[in-house]
Design a protein. Structure first.
Length: 247
């Protein structure tokens, strides 16, 4: 069994996920609960944050919606194909990478290890340096552009389940999860940080709204082809049922 003592050194979110995983591993499949939930809505699509292509459909989910920013855009298409082979829908996020706030105090017996900056940098970044913070912003901008392109490309593949069933979903990860360093919500410009804020070693670059700007710029080519997207998905982003029996 999983106990609170096992959570030492984990972030609050990781600890919650660990407990949920331990509890769910002892439960029967969730298909009945998913089926009951469908009675409350005219149409509902249930996505699991899981890459277990056996357990996901067995538990009654329609597809996968992956939250993990450590799954890079280069993996989106292969994973979309794997999901499609099980007649699962899929959604992969657009994200700026990962740049978590480090724990200030780590207990001597903790297993805590800081997670790396994503996308990776060679040489490693030194956030004490302004030019390295600007380099981090450049890498983050590239991840926004690449992840958006990859998820749209995968969903536009006519051979995969999303296109066949008329389903399209792209979500942003995230708007304000500051502790994991992937918030799109604008931060302060580097020049506007107070002395107290600088003491904590914030990674703010020159322009605090660069992520929203990058996302807006990356979306422009797709927004200008709105008519094309309407032709591809005339019924909107809902999903048609697959030809197989889902009972």
């Amino acid at each position: 069994m999983h106990s609170p003592e096992d959570d030492r050194g984990l972030s609050r979110g990781d600890a919650i996920r660990a407990r949920l995983h331990a509890r769910r591993s002892l439960e029967p499949p969730d298909r009945d609960r998913c089926r009951e939930l469908r009675w409350d809505f005219d149409k509902i699509i249930l996505l699991a944050d899981s890459l277990d292509f056996g357990r996901t459909p067995a538990s009654g989910f329609d597809g996968i919606g992956i939250y993990d920013n450590f799954i890079g855009p280069e993996q989106y298409h292969p994973l979309a194909r794997a999901a499609s082979e099980r007649e699962l829908l899929f959604s992969f996020n657009v994200n700026p990478g990962y740049d978590e706030i480090l724990q200030e105090y780590v207990a001597p017996d903790s297993c805590y290890e800081p997670r790396p900056f994503v996308p990776p940098s060679d040489p490693p970044l030194d956030f004490e340096r302004f030019d390295h913070r600007e380099r981090a912003a450049e890498l983050s901008t590239g991840r926004i552009r690449d992840s958006l392109a990859a998820t749209i490309e995968a969903q536009g593949d006519e051979s995969l389940s999303n296109f066949r069933r008329g389903f399209f979903l792209v979500y942003v990860n995230s708007f304000n999860e500051w502790h994991e360093g992937h918030a799109f919500e604008p931060m302060k410009n580097e020049a506007d940080l107070t002395e107290e804020e600088r003491f904590y070693g914030y990674h703010n670059p020159r322009y605090g709204d660069y992520r929203l700007t990058a996302l807006s710029n990356a979306l422009e080519p797709y927004a200008s082809d709105a008519a094309g997207w309407q032709r591809r998905y005339p019924e909107g982003p809902g999903a048609r049922e697959p030809e197989r029996d889902r009972a």
